[in-house]
Ligand binder design. Structure first.
Ligand SMILES: CC(=O)[C@@H](O)[C@H](O)COP(=O)(O)O
Ligand SMILES: NCC(=O)COP(=O)(O)O
Length: 246
């Protein structure tokens, strides 16, 4: 086992539940199974439109988990109040567009440093580890550092899409950006996480980056669990991550 942490995102268990209303499948049950299967943390994104995770899921996750919860949210007053009520281990600020299918880009930290510094101050005071979900871009990383965020999560969506589409030039370009910006951010003293769209096919080069502390992976693992079961799907991801670091 390496020191690279695996955060399992259980949002899309809630997507399936919400397709029919009611209580099943239960994302909290999935989170507990992920915990038993060796996840180092659970990630849940309470979107403003509550399309998957809902408020009571966060409440139940906080009560049930013994591993850390990484609470993803938009930088709004409503979400700040929810985070301050629950005080999860980590709060990751994510940009949201109501009409998007998934998180399309990174948070624009450059240009709104003072507003974001004021926004994260009470979260930090409450003991939450604040993380910013950003593009692998030097200006955004400098801005994240300047406002005192201890952690960034680099958006790997374009890298993962390039793999899926077989666009090797784009894959290599995106991997180069993540590699360079991971080193740059680490030199500034930031802890670096990577996430979005990661799969068995594309995880290895990211997991091999020695400074990356955590990967957050959801959609693929929840889909794969239909075929293998959630525990074995997570175990295979863990195996690939460990092999990349061996
Ligand atoms: C920030 C991030 O990458 C995840 O929270 C992801 O956004 C969850 O899935 P959806 O984008 O489908 O809500
Ligand atoms: N922050 C990224 C995340 O939690 C998982 O994203 P995905 O694997 O569901 O695309």
């Amino acid at each position: 086992m390496t020191n690279l942490r695996l955060g399992v995102n259980i949002d899309h268990v809630a997507t399936v539940r919400n397709a029919r209303g009611g209580d099943v499948p239960d994302p909290v049950r999935a989170a507990l199974m992920a915990q038993d299967a060796g996840a180092d943390g659970i990630t849940a994104h309470l979107r403003e439109d509550r399309r998957h995770i809902i408020d009571s899921d966060i409440e139940r996750l906080m009560a049930a988990l013994r591993i850390p919860l990484n609470f993803e949210m938009a930088a709004t007053a409503e979400m700040q109040a929810i985070a301050l009520r629950h005080k999860p281990h980590a709060v990751c600020l994510v940009p949201e567009k109501r009409e998007e299918r998934t998180t399309e880009g990174g948070l624009e930290v450059a240009g709104q440093q003072s507003a974001l510094a004021a926004y994260i101050a009470p979260l930090r005071d409450a003991g939450c580890r604040v993380s910013l979900f950003i593009a692998a871009d030097e200006a955004q990383i400098r801005a994240a550092h300047s406002i005192g965020a201890p952690v960034i999560e680099l958006h790997s969506g374009a890298y993962a899409d390039a793999w899926a589409e077989g666009d090797w030039q784009m894959r290599d370009d995106e991997l180069r950006k993540i590699t360079d910006m991971t080193a740059f951010a680490t030199d500034l003293g930031l802890e670096v996480h990577v996430g979005h769209g990661l799969t068995y096919d594309c995880v290895t080069p990211i997991a091999a980056l020695p400074q990356v502390a955590e990967l957050n992976i959801g959609h693929f693992l929840i889909g794969e669990s239909i075929f293998r079961g959630l525990g074995p799907a997570i175990a295979e991801m863990r195996r690939l991550m460990d092999a990349a670091r061996a």
